[in-house]
Write a protein that binds this ligand. Structure first.
Ligand code: HSE
Length: 462
């Protein structure tokens, strides 16, 4: 066996000496804005792993100042040695602070603080997906002008290093598409509903108590949070400016247990997916409930876990899985950004990894595709009179629209109803064709209520 004979004690001794040497170099002073779940987790991880972190970064990293809204609130971290204030701008303005960590959230005060930090030549680490998705273009332009770094690994998929994986690890690929479960709260709700038959509101309340949900939980269940994250992923995957306003967003509030069960009968699971695909016509940018084949790994990502599947032309499909929310998983990403930053503090700005993976003057103007022009397969459920000819009318409409049916199930009317449930899977068709067909089916006198329509993705490699 070919090994290099290194006595562990000696190797470790050399490392320690190096650190002892480095200890003479002053620790990088960091100001923390926000001492909630992620802020507390960040302080804890930085303290607990201080030695490992400084061995990696080459210098110590010390939170010297922190701002919180309420200084008397119980905290998950020990704030000894940290100067606390309720005024976050005073932390940004403190001349000793070299790196500002923004964990306040939202895009009001947080944006002012980040822009002020950049203006003063300070580097910024943020977990704020809304801020980056909505104002990232402006923030990165300002950062470039001031030669500072803005890092945002924690903004997408919590502890999964997905930004680094796409921006650096897959840099040799033409990325074709990506699809992910990127909201832990929504995935937790869908999983608990499916596995335990729990009520939507009850599971959401638990997610809030566990600190997973957004301050406004409609961001989780309506797909806004996932659309923020998908906007960021699409930009770094395809080299396009951030375009959150063009994202299509549909929530999970209308998913019923019936649909979950019928999907299972057909061999699928319903997941709240963010999908972005680079097509010849434009980039798809969409978040919606999606049926995915149950044999796919992504279909088996449960609870608060996140996963992102990225398909590159050279590497093929790659899957990244981990905790998408929570104090220490998110802190793991925040601290990784800090370490990256400290390593390159003195490097030439031109040699740093570009914020959006591609050089700022090399972004593409390929448009975001309107949802009407997106092509997917569909799951349809309708309630219909249980009499001859109804199914024939429905299939005629689909046939006339050029929509091919892959599977049909008809369920007996429930005891308290005369209506049969008809469930269909279709082959792929452009959304505007399906919209027209659905409108015609809903106009049939034998069809009751609006059709339930859930998009289906096979997630094949091509
Ligand atoms: N509310 C988010 C989620 C937190 O549930 O995934 C992490 O971004």
């Amino acid at each position: 066996m070919n090994t290099v004979p290194v006595r562990p004690s000696v190797a470790f001794g050399i490392c320690l000496k190096k650190i002892e040497g480095n200890a003479l170099v002053e620790a990088v002073k960091v100001g923390l804005l926000g001492l909630g779940t992620v802020g507390g987790g960040t302080v804890n991880v930085l303290k607990r792993n201080a030695e490992e972190i400084s061995r990696r970064a080459g210098r110590g990293i010390q939170v010297t100042h922190a701002a919180a809204r309420d200084l008397n609130k119980p905290r998950i971290c020990d704030t000894d040695g940290i100067t606390l204030t309720t005024d976050p701008m005073s932390v940004v303005n403190d001349p000793d602070i070299q790196i500002v960590i923004e964990l306040i959230g939202g895009d009001g005060l947080a944006k002012d603080l980040v822009m002020a930090a950049i203006e003063q030549g300070k580097h910024v680490v943020t977990a704020n997906k809304a801020l980056i998705a909505k104002h990232g273009n402006e923030i990165f332009a300002a950062a470039q002008k001031k030669n500072v770094m803005v890092a945002f690994e924690a903004a997408v998929a919590g502890g999964i290093p997905i930004i680094k994986a796409i921006r650096e690890g897959l840099a040799g690929n033409k990325i074709q598409w990506l699809a992910g479960i990127i909201n832990g709260t929504g995935n937790f709700i869908l999983t608990e509903m499916r596995d335990k038959g729990r009520d939507f509101d009850d599971v959401l309340k638990e997610a809030q108590e566990l600190g997973y949900a957004e301050a406004d939980p409609t961001f989780d269940v309506e797909g806004i949070d996932a659309a923020h994250k998908l906007t960021i992923l699409a930009s770094i995957a395809f080299g396009i400016p951030l375009q959150f306003d063009a994202a299509y967003t549909e929530g999970i509030t209308k998913i019923t247990r019936e649909d979950v069960n019928y999907a299972e009968e057909l061999g699928y699971r319903i997941k709240h997916l963010g999908v972005s695909r680079c097509t010849e016509k434009g980039v798809e940018l969409r978040v919606h409930p999606t049926l995915i084949p149950e044999r796919r790994l992504l279909a088996n990502v449960d609870g608060v876990m996140n996963a992102v599947l990225v398909n590159g032309d050279a590497v093929g499909p790659t899957l990244y899985y981990g905790a998408g929310a929570g104090d220490e998983p998110t802190a793991s990403a925040v601290v990784a950004d800090l370490v990256d930053m400290v390593r390159v503090l003195t490097s030439d700005p031109e040699n740093r990894v570009p914020h959006l993976a591609f050089q700022p003057d090399a972004l593409s103007d390929i448009p975001i595709l309107p949802m009407a022009e997106v092509t997917t397969a569909y799951y349809l459920r309708m309630q219909a009179d249980d009499r001859p000819g109804v199914l024939a009318d429905v299939t005629r409409i689909l046939g006339d629209a050029g929509i091919s049916i892959e599977a049909i199930i008809q369920k007996e009317p429930l005891p308290d109803s005369d209506n049969a449930n008809i469930i269909m899977l279709t082959h792929r068709v452009e959304e505007q064709q399906m919209d027209k067909a659905i409108a015609s089916i809903e106009a049939l006198p034998a069809i009751h209520n609006k059709l339930t329509r859930i998009r289906v993705e096979s997630l094949d490699a091509d």
